[in-house]
Ligand binder design. Structure first.
Ligand code: PEP
Ligand code: MN
Length: 342
């Protein structure tokens, strides 16, 4: 960190700051300018002292130089993205990982139909909600444990892993019994108790960006999970709230290069929740891949107009297959490839 003294701060105040910093176990390197003195403070855990040092007499402000997240941060000497395994599927390699399925698990038959469709079009991970974070308590809340069982059965039949949301610390153990990957939804991105619980659960985690959260907030949430013991985290951009009313959210594709620059964790993009409009999803899938995403999460329904949730943003199976085909040349142009039918 760097401590910037007020203009004209007397030498005694500078000496006092140097003495305090040294006593706290850090090395102080004062730099005397014509008008301003700054003190570079070197050492581990300097961040914990920022507030205290900022209150010393004669200090104007204290600036941190390193980033506040450590485990999620990309180390300058490592350029490769960390590859995360979900069953036999890898996220973060040359092949893009597409997660697809219905917003909500509604029935065994419906999930089976969508699952076959998305798998045959190249999706690698099945998605589906069993516990749904609905704005209204009167909306369909999901099939809960019965939904988890349906997901497990469908995923085993299709020979693909599945990801599903867990919303409550009390449900983590149960969801872990069924799921291959735990999803933290946008509304829970800063539920720190839940983050710690899933971090200790030993399953890979898909961490979605909160709708009013910054890129740094997302990385700090990943840090919570990692500091609880998990190394397998995939970050997900799913749109943020802005003044734009034409879409459900504003898909912040600039978060993709930002996250890739600051973190070693893979990044996927969810254009379904990011736009809320099915007709926009194919274009945003291609844009996400061009921006450097490691994968996509797409909502698909066998009959979107009958979906119990998010039908307006769900692709039909045919539109999903067409989108996957359209994504292939974009992936190739940026040195990646789409998964083919397995
Ligand atoms: C979901 O993916 O099912 C979901 C509810 O998304 P989000 O948390 O991004 O709103
Ligand atoms: Mn949804």
């Amino acid at each position: 960190m760097v401590i910037v003294m007020q203009a004209g701060a007397p030498e005694a105040q500078v000496e006092h700051v140097i003495e305090t910093v040294t006593k706290a176990g850090f090395t102080a390197h004062p730099i005397y300018g014509v008008n301003l003195t700054v003190i570079a403070v070197i050492g581990d855990k300097t961040a914990e002292h920022i507030e205290a040092f900022g209150t010393l007499p004669g200090v104007d402000h204290v600036a941190r130089i390193d980033r506040p997240y450590k485990l999620a941060a990309r180390r300058p000497e490592v350029t490769a993205t960390t590859q995360i395994a979900v069953g036999s599927v890898v996220i973060g390699g040359v092949e893009l990982c597409v997660m697809a399925g219905p917003c909500t698990v509604e029935s065994e038959q419906g999930l089976g139909e969508v699952g076959r469709g998305v798998r045959d079009a190249g999706a690698r991970i099945l998605r589906g909600g069993a516990y749904k974070p609905r704005t209204s308590p009167y909306s369909f809340q999901g099939l809960r444990e019965a939904g988890l069982a349906v997901l497990r059965m469908a995923a085993d039949r299709l020979k693909m892993p599945f990801v599903t949301e867990v919303m409550d610390t009390r449900a983590v153990e149960l969801v872990c019994k069924y799921a291959d990957m735990l999803q933290i939804g946008a509304r829970n991105m800063q539920n720190f108790a839940l983050l710690s619980e899933v971090g200790a659960a030993g399953k890979p985690v898909l961490l979605k960006r909160g709708m009013s959260c910054t890129v740094e907030d997302l990385l700090m949430a990943a840090e919570y999970i990692m500091s609880a013991g998990s190394e397998s985290i995939v970050l997900c951009e799913r749109g943020i709230r802005t003044f734009e009313g034409g879409t459900r959210n504003t898909l912040d594709l600039s978060a993709v290069p930002a996250l890739k620059r600051y973190s070693h964790l893979p990044v996927v993009v969810d254009p379904s929740h990011g736009t809320g409009l099915a007709w926009m999803v194919p274009a945003m899938c291609k844009a996400a891949i061009a921006a450097g995403a490691d994968g996509l999460m797409v909502e698909v329904h066998q009959c979107p107009e009958k979906a119990l949730s998010d039908g307006q943003q769900s692709l039909t199976i045919e539109d999903f297959a067409r989108t996957m085909a359209e994504c292939a040349p974009v992936a190739e142009a940026v040195g990646r490839r789409m998964g083919g039918p397995s």
